[in-house]
Design a protein around this ligand. Structure first.
Ligand code: HEM
Ligand code: HEM
Length: 284
């Protein structure tokens, strides 16, 4: 569907994509908890049973930089709130996602140190450190630029498309890192001494959880990019202006690079809003 669709169907299509992402987010958390609690004996940050400390890692890494980050990204279009409130929700959910990620990485380092296992020897751990570091940098840059103290309207306008694209890339990186983590853990467990059956219930559950996490990543990206101009339907009162704005994109209406399109349109509001409000306030 290209830009000529009716606003109501655009809104319905976007709501459906967002709903799919919410359902997959809940499923991912339920599955990873089922695995770590039912099959692996539970979670603990302090225990003589060291694998319980490890179990905190997958749960918090799925909850933080994936589920909460995904909800934060979707919050701009899924919540029926004023813009400022949505911005605070976006910021707070990302803060919670980052805290979960940092605590999850702390847990796996603690498990390694207390079990005499070397640190940072795997591709998963290298990409994982990069992901959490980039997530922290993105949060700090977003906070300083759009919240406090806030950059000038021109800087906000110029940086917003980059913020959106880098934000999605970091989210995708987190999903990829989790895939490596699930694969690595299952491969360890299928070797000595556990010799987990290759087609057993636990192996299937781990692989299935990884598939759900992957689908969640796809759903969040599809709900965020302006693939068919559905973003236009989000704010019907602004539809005409956003439509003409998107038409001005080099790729035309919609298209794969469209995550930047809404931002560019909204960037115009960065400058328009303070004028409308009659003060020199910040837009983002
Ligand atoms: C965004 C998601 C994730 C990130 C950023 C991440 C990050 C990390 C980091 C930095 C380490 C290194 C710890 C050390 O060297 O002491 C690590 C280890 C590990 N992670 Fe993850 N992780 C993620 C998700 C997962 C998931 C979902 C699993 C699934 C079980 C997992 C399984 C493991 C395993 C088995 C190790 C120990 C072996 C190794 O160091 O590679 N990770 N993770
Ligand atoms: C690591 C943390 C963050 C990530 C991964 C991230 C990611 C994103 C993404 C993907 C978008 C595009 C959403 C869309 O087009 O619907 C976005 C938009 C935005 N983000 Fe963030 N963000 C982060 C932190 C922050 C922070 C701390 C702020 C400060 C308030 C912020 C402010 C904004 C604003 C103002 C928008 C524009 C919303 C719009 O499209 O209308 N972000 N962010």
């Amino acid at each position: 569907m290209k830009g000529g669709a009716a606003p109501a169907s655009n809104k319905a299509a976007m709501d459906a994509r967002t709903l799919v992402a919410h359902v997959l987010a809940v499923a991912a958390i339920v599955l990873v908890l089922l695995w770590c609690i039912h099959f692996r004996g539970g979670l603990a940050l302090r225990s003589q049973d060291k694998p319980l400390i490890f179990n905190v890692h997958p749960v918090l890494m799925v909850l933080g930089p994936i589920v909460l980050a995904g909800e934060a990204i979707l919050s701009y279009r899924s919540l029926p709130l004023a813009r400022d409130a949505r911005k605070k929700v976006h910021l707070a959910l990302h803060a919670a996602g980052l805290a979960g990620g940092v605590l999850g990485v702390y847990a796996v380092f603690k498990f390694h140190v207390e079990s005499g296992i070397p640190n940072l020897y795997s591709l998963h751990s290298w990409v994982g450190i990069a992901t959490v570091t980039l997530y922290g940098l993105q949060w700090t840059a977003g906070f300083l630029t759009y919240f406090f103290p806030g950059a000038s309207p021109t800087t906000r306008r110029r940086t917003l498309p980059w913020h959106a694209v880098f934000g999605l890339l970091i989210f995708v990186l987190a999903v990829g890192t989790a895939q490596l983590g699930f694969l690595e853990k299952l491969t360890f467990m299928q070797g000595q001494p556990l010799r987990l059956p290759k087609y057993g219930a636990e192996a299937l559950l781990i692989n299935f959880t990884a598939v759900v996490v992957l689908l969640l990543g796809v759903a969040v990206v599809l709900a965020t990019v302006n693939i068919d101009g559905t973003r236009e339907g989000e704010l019907p009162q602004r539809q005409r202006r956003e439509r003409s704005c998107m038409d001005g994109q080099p790729g035309g209406k919609g298209g794969a690079s469209a995550v930047a399109a809404p931002s560019r349109c909204m960037d115009e509001r960065v400058e328009e809003e303070p004028r409308r409000r009659g003060r020199r306030g910040k837009r983002w």
